[in-house]
Design a protein around this ligand. Structure first.
Ligand code: GRF
Length: 215
């Protein structure tokens, strides 16, 4: 049983998608703790509803960002967490946590990396004028959305799209590929070689492409 720790800052819809897949028995894992950096994060309500322990760690309580991440690291290690999942955690992870969990921290980004890293990936895609965007699950390294890519999924960008509509279309796929990546990790099927992630016995899933007609 894979022991997971989730870090979130807000709504937590990806957190919910992961909870649902675990509860449905499709991922053999247990979420040991939800850690939030924002006491108003809706993710907390989701944790309560599903009997998952949660903890608010206030970044303002720490002199440095490194100390904040040491606190998070110690909490995760004390609960014997093996995989750290960033589910809408709006911060750049620093060394203390990275070093404790090399290739064991996963993030979801709402664009097809390496395009449009950082904040507002959906708006960046619209402003740039791309015709296809999507989402990426990747391992976290010291850069901003630069770590080895695990799964991506694509959606069309329509000429009249607003940031909200594109975000909604992408989010539906986020909720599929994030749990999928965690499932593959839990099954021991992800092998990181340099910046490439090899997936053992994997067939290209249909979810990687949506019907271009879908709006
Ligand atoms: C998602 O768009 C995700 O790609 C990004 O932050 C957002 C989190 O949404 N990293 P939620 O909190 O999971 O609903």
């Amino acid at each position: 049983m894979l022991r997971i720790g989730v870090l979130a800052s807000g709504r937590g819809s990806n957190f919910q998608a992961i909870i649902d897949e675990i509860e449905a028995g499709r991922i053999t894992a247990k979420i040991e703790i939800l850690i939030v950096d924002n006491p108003n994060a809706y993710a907390i309500e989701r944790a309560k509803k599903h009997g998952i322990p949660h903890l608010f760690i206030n970044p303002k309580d720490f002199e440095t960002k490194e100390k904040f991440y040491e606190r998070i690291r110690d909490e995760l290690l004390s609960r014997e967490v093996e995989l750290v999942v960033l589910a809408g955690f709006m911060r750049i992870v620093r060394k203390p946590l990275l070093e404790a969990y090399p290739n064991r921290i996963m993030n979801i980004h709402p664009a097809l990396l390496p395009s449009f890293p950082g904040l507002h990936g959906q708006r960046q895609a619209i402003d740039y004028g791309v015709k296809i965007s999507g989402c990426t699950v990747h391992f976290v390294d010291e850069g901003v959305d630069t770590g080895p890519i695990i799964i991506q999924a694509a959606v069309p960008v329509h000429p009249d799209d607003t940031e909200e509509r594109l975000s909604e279309r992408i989010l539906k796929l986020e909720h599929k590929i994030f749990p999928e990546a965690i499932r593959l990790f839990a099954e021991g099927r992800l092998k990181v070689e340099g910046r490439k992630v090899k997936i053992e016995n994997y067939r290209l899933p249909e979810i990687q492409f949506t019907n271009p007609e879908t709006r």
